[in-house]
Design a binder for this molecule. Sequence first.
Ligand code: C5P
Length: 220
Amino acid sequence: LAKQDLKGKKVLVSAGPTVEAIDPVRYLTNHSSGKMGYAIAEVAQERGAQVTLVSGPTKLSPPQGVALIPVTTALQMQAELENHYEAADYVIMAAAVADYRPVRAAQQKIKKGTDKINLPLVRNPDILFELGQKKRQQVLVGFAAETQQLLVNAQEKLFKKKLDLLVANDVARQDIGFGSNENEVYFLSPTSSPLHLAQTSKQQVAEKLFDLLLAMTKRK
Ligand code: C5P
């Protein structure tokens, strides 16, 4: 049995992509596999937490003992996270939320015709930013997938979104990140310098994440 150092804690995790309909048969999404978020949910559950996992569509089965809330769109994900936010002690936002959605999903399948068509998109809410605005007891964690200037861009997100911890990874690398079982990350917090974790399993990234969060909250 894992150490029960999250016993009595409520952990809210988001995972996977969001999927935004274009018409009844087509959609916009991204390459998120959900593996990082599911590993976080699993590790938190093993360490004694009561875990709620709000997940976009993935091929993964939910970890034992975790309450899964399946969602499709960013707006649905936001609604479910807001429902569970107030009670949560730790909120880990590992989902890859689509930044834009079609202004409206067509009721009927769009027929092919002219060479060029326009698909107007509208910004989705930044769910994590908005959760940060109403943060109380919650310890708030975000992820940043960057292809350039990893630490600079990550640092900016940490402050803008009022996070307690940000996990940054370099998605330009083929061997880690999206779809992979492994990851190599930096942990950034407002109070200490970036901590590098060499390439390891997503389970081990999750373990380290909770080690750091527990150490931080003890200091508080
Ligand atoms: O700004 P960027 O998308 O890089 O930030 C990544 C972090 O913000 C992730 O934790 C992601 O889950 C969250 N996010 C969000 N809502 C969005 C976009 C990103 O909650 N619309």
